[in-house]
Design a protein around this ligand. Structure first.
Ligand SMILES: Cc1cc2nc3c(=O)[nH]c(=O)nc-3n(C[C@H](O)[C@H](O)[C@H](O)COP(=O)(O)OP(=O)(O)OC[C@H]3O[C@@H](n4cnc5c(N)ncnc54)[C@H](O)[C@@H]3O)c2cc1C
Length: 355
């Protein structure tokens, strides 16, 4: 049976206030005393980073009102070391934070970005990219044919005077159905985005004034690895069905840093869509573990992939429970509206959990 009172002696420390970590903190706080470590005083809607590049004013929401009611302490610092034996996390402000259970949710970053090449931007440097685009027009190449590359190319193709090209090593939208992929190609073309498929490139190969590197994500699991926590070949923390690190029973993982899986869906991909349910379960289980309640296995199955294609078009790709695409797609303005609703719902879900 789950308890409903915060237990002062049950300390859950959550690293990272993204979708996974913030949700884990809010859920753990129903039963335990929670501390949340993140350098930012805002929750960042990372799924809108391409909108920031296109000129959206802000994608941040202050953390304080989200944490207040559940009495979660926010430590505005970066975690720099983890001692998994002593159960201590050290921050860049020198603070040492002890824990009974840890939720590791430090997210991910863009992999392989052509360091030192001033033309190269990523989702993480979207605000700087926006400034650069205002100096244009010029030639912009977006690299990466997955959802992030597609959304970025479409968004920028729609709002800038720049000549935009999307380059990808494979085909665009590899996880989509042929029908879905055809729609993406058609909308990109209509937005003036040139598409080059089957071209594996490095930033140095590109004749461009600016490059957006969206090739793939790398989990931020360096602190975990240094602490001896087992990570899989994909760099994510290896967890059991309760989101508990297989090598360290007092550590849970959530979001992009977790190699989460379910029997229905298999290995989950790095996504906001998975980070929220994984965060919920990791937070609840971390607290349950301390209060004597039964941890529960993660339950999750995919339903749809939802892409924005600029502000006026989109794609809802119906998928099977294991994320494989079906022939059913919804396109056009209706899909654009659906995408906006999905994105708003993530913030609404966090606000509801904060009550
Ligand atoms: C442009 C773009 C569009 C996307 N669109 C979609 C989409 O449409 N649908 C979808 O499902 N997914 C989408 N994604 C993927 C999604 O954003 C991520 O999978 C999701 O953000 C993962 O959540 P998270 O909580 O693991 O990590 P994040 O949201 O990245 O949060 C990690 C947090 O950890 C903090 N942190 C990092 N290092 C430290 C440290 N050392 N100490 C303390 N704190 C630290 C960061 O400040 C951050 O707050 C998109 C990603 C991008 C870049």
């Amino acid at each position: 049976m789950e308890t409903t009172k915060q237990d002062e002696s049950a300390r859950v420390l959550v690293l990272g206030a993204g979708y996974g970590g913030l949700m884990a903190a809010l859920r753990a706080a129903d039963h335990a005393t929670v501390t949340l470590v993140d350098p930012s005083s805002e929750f960042t809607e990372r799924v809108r980073q391409h909108e920031l590049a296109a000129g959206r004013a802000t994608i941040g929401h202050p953390l304080a009102p989200l944490l207040r009611r559940k009495r979660i302490r926010h430590v505005p610092a970066r975690a720099t070391a983890l001692d998994a034996h002593q159960r201590i996390v050290t921050t860049d402000s020198g603070e040492k934070l002890g824990y009974d259970r840890l939720v590791y949710a430090l997210g991910s970053r863009t992999r392989g970005t052509g360091d030192g090449d001033g033309r190269v931007f990523t989702s993480e440097t979207a605000a700087q990219l926006h400034k650069r685009l205002q100096d244009g027009p010029g030639r912009l190449v977006v690299v990466g044919g997955g959802a992030t590359g597609i959304e970025t190319a479409a968004e920028l193709g729609e709002v800038t005077d720049w000549e935009v090209e999307l380059v990808t090593a494979g085909q665009v939208g590899p996880s989509l159905s042929p029908k879905g992929r055809a729609h993406v190609r058609e909308v990109l073309r209509a937005l003036g985005v040139t598409l080059r498929e089957g071209a594996a490139v490095t930033p140095a190969d590109l004749d461009a004034d600016a490059v957006v590197w969206n090739a793939s994500l790398q989990p931020n699991t360096e602190l975990a690895t240094a602490a001896g926590i087992t990570v899989g070949a994909d760099g994510r923390i290896t967890v059991d069905e309760h989101l508990r690190a297989v090598s360290h029973p007092d550590v849970y993982a959530a979001g992009d840093a977790a190699g989460a899986w379910t029997r229905d869906a298999g290995a989950l991909r790095m996504a906001c869509a998975t980070a929220l349910p994984v965060g919920t379960r990791a937070g609840r289980n971390a607290a349950a573990d301390l209060t004597g309640d039964e941890p529960r296995p993660l339950r999750f199955r995919y339903q749809a992939q939802v892409l924005s294609l600029g502000r006026h078009d989109g794609l809802v790709q119906k998928v099977r429970r294991d994320d494989s695409p079906t022939d059913l797609v919804v396109t056009g303005r209706l899909a654009a509206l659906a995408k906006e609703q999905v994105v708003r719902t993530t913030v609404r879900t966090l606000r509801l959990a904060a009550r």
